[in-house]
Design a protein around this ligand. Sequence first.
Ligand SMILES: *[C@@H]1O[C@H](CO)[C@@H](O)[C@H](O)[C@H]1NC(C)=O
Ligand SMILES: *[C@@H]1O[C@H](CO)[C@@H](O)[C@H](O)[C@H]1NC(C)=O
Ligand SMILES: *[C@@H]1O[C@H](CO)[C@@H](O)[C@H](O)[C@H]1NC(C)=O
Length: 450
Amino acid sequence: MYLLTLLVGVLTVTCCSGLYLEGRLFTREDWSFLSRFCFLSDIGRMQFKFVFPYADCCNNILLYFDDGVQWPKVYKNSSKTCHQKEAVLEPENNQIINLTTRYTWSGCVLHNSSGENSGVLVCEGGRSFRSKHERWWYIAISNCKSGQLGKGIDLTYQVKLTNGHSFWTEHFSADEFGILETNLFFLIVFALMLILSIHVAVSLQNRQMLHTTYKMFMVCIALEVFGLLMLCVAIGTYASDGIGNNGLKLIGEILGTSAELLFLLLLLLLGKGFTITRGHLSYAGTIKMSVFITVYAVIDVILFLYEYILFDPGLVLYVYESPAGYGLIGLRLAAWVWFSYGIIFTLKHYPEKNKFYYPLYGIYTIWFYAIPIIVLVATFAIPRYMRRKVVNGLQRCIDFLAYSVFLTLMRPQAANRNFPYHVRTSQIGTVVSVTDGKTHATSNFPHNMY
Ligand SMILES: *[C@@H]1O[C@H](CO)[C@@H](O)[C@H](O)[C@H]1NC(C)=O
Ligand SMILES: *[C@@H]1O[C@H](CO)[C@@H](O)[C@H](O)[C@H]1NC(C)=O
Ligand SMILES: *[C@@H]1O[C@H](CO)[C@@H](O)[C@H](O)[C@H]1NC(C)=O
């Protein structure tokens, strides 16, 4: 209830500004990238205010679209001069806004002029965008003349980019539509699942079957819920002010990634029979597992650095299209091999556990392959302007399925023939096996003690 109150509180914060950018652009270059936005056709709108000395006249606003002949041809292309970069655009489509008093659409007014070549130009205006479907627009500023004089560009700007007036779309680039709704939906679903998992934990506890592996699972869901909560608050704030809260968003993403990593560890441990057929991992096994998880976590951190620091907004790239992304996919496939190996080995010694391990193996094999497949599909088959929302939705669905299946396998009802545990928590550590008439402590559980 508290959670809902909090959410409603966040969502009713009044809006309005936009993807809002302001600042001073100061560069030695004669051409500079400002921002990009995915505009809905007709509804998308840009409002701007530029201020610069009349003596610098004239800066141009250049509006490129993501077509192969426009933006990709000019961005980071040092073999093109300023004039060539302008020539790519079609003036009859109004892709150039000349910031001069002669060009009426620019809304430029000369202030404080006291003679030839003095005063300040203040340009305030707006325009909307029209295209066949939503598409990326890249906004750049050029001043070819001052480039020739070696002066560069120096102006202050306020730019607001919007898609309509609805809370759910206004400040979002069209490729982000629906992400907030999806995340809110899954926040509720995962919160319900957390409650359900506590219910199952209680009945496991009553049977003294509340093992470490199940507790890890509950931590996963809790991390997922809190991560999503942070994300929803961060995106909700963005929806209302166009600025958002990057710190909160980062925390949310880190929590989500931790949940995924913990779940991966949980699967590897179950594959090795931990708490199902044995009470401890071997010493070497523990070391290997720790190293693997550490490497995985480090690569996750590198991926975050890519996203938040090295990421170049002039290129619409997917974080997985990076060496760290490929590394992560490789590690995930390696983890699957390890998982398979563990299960084969466990089943060899405890074939009676096949009712648990067959479904576990089948379903979580799909889980291991899901991310690589999504990355491939997203990279080659989903248009860029839809990628973010589709990938987000798919990932949440996969997490949901993974957790639901786990919960189904672990519920201790008599009807559950897949139930894995047969040793009570109080018996771990006192389990002994008898071989050659001698008794010695072992980490392996006896068969079917339950
Ligand atoms: C960069 O500009 C040159 C000269 O106009 C052009 O031939 C080349 O195709 C451009 N490079 C890219 C990657 O588009
Ligand atoms: C606007 O700027 C472009 C590029 O510098 C130039 O070719 C064009 O003539 C200008 N148009 C007006 C109306 O000043
Ligand atoms: C014009 O000059 C006045 C007085 O110096 C100043 O307050 C104002 O900000 C100037 N206007 C612009 C647009 O710079």
